[in-house]
Each structure stands twice: as C-alpha cells, then as structure tokens.
Write a protein that binds this ligand. Sequence first.
Ligand SMILES: [Fe+2]
Ligand SMILES: [Fe+2]
Length: 158
Amino acid sequence: MTIIRQEFSMQLTDALRQEHLTMRRLLGYMTEQAAALKTRDEILILAGVLEHLLALHGDDEENFLLATLDHLEEHQGTLTMMHQQHGELDGHLRALAQIQRLPALRARFLQLIDAVEQHFQFEERAVFPLLEKYLPPALLAKLGSVVGMQPEAQPAGC
Ligand SMILES: [Fe+2]
Ligand SMILES: [Fe+2]
C-alpha cells in the first residue's frame, strides 16, 4: 500500500478532495439508511464511524493547513472559520449521544450530515485554493503523500 501511494501520490489538495469524495459516499449511504434505522445504537454506531473518519481528516487539515498558511494574515479569517467548523462538527457529534428519543436523534443525525457537506463545500471553495495558490507544487505533492498516514491510521506493522 505504501509503495502504491508513493508511486501515485497526489497533491495535498487532491488527496483531501478524494477523502471528501469517500466521505460523501458514506454520507449518501447514511442519508439513505436513516429512515430505516430503528434504534439509537444503530444511529450512534454510524455517527461513530463518521466521527472517526472526520477526526483523521480534520487532523490532517489542521496540521498541514495551519502549519503552512498560518503566516498569511489576510487569510486568518478563513483558517479560523475552518477550525471553528471542525469544533462545531465535534460538538454536533458529542450532542447526539445525549438525545434519547429516536425521531429527534434521527433528525439531528441528518442535520449533522448536512453540516458536514456544508463544511466540505466551504473548504473546497475557500480553503483548498489557498493551499494551491501559496504552496509550491513539490510541497503539495510531499504533503499529499502522507495524508491519512497518521500512526493510528496506518496498518499494523508499518
Ligand atoms: Fe475540515
Ligand atoms: Fe475537509
């Protein structure tokens, strides 16, 4: 897997867009299945999967984007907005576990899915273009090769 990633490495922004695409497929599946979910646990398990993927993805964004663009004072508002939205999504996810009634939980779960989509659109419209404008292609490619490769995301033995 590592060899394949190195030979076909993507630029950072393309790797992050690819992760958005993968999670959008999951969001679409969750939206389709939401009406058929009959217990709190079923919804909370799906939300837990989404939470894990968003955490890994968001950690990459926080680490790479804030580290490389933090000196661009005119764009601090955009970076701060991204950071705030990550926190808001975390709050939405934590709040789900406090909801006891299934209809209310299902409704909040669908609101969360919509909020994630809105966040992805914001990043693709306002954040990723900053990386492509200010980082040299070689650095984008180097960072892209390590997206999703945090220790907790690596297969055992790597
Ligand atoms: Fe994000
Ligand atoms: Fe993202």
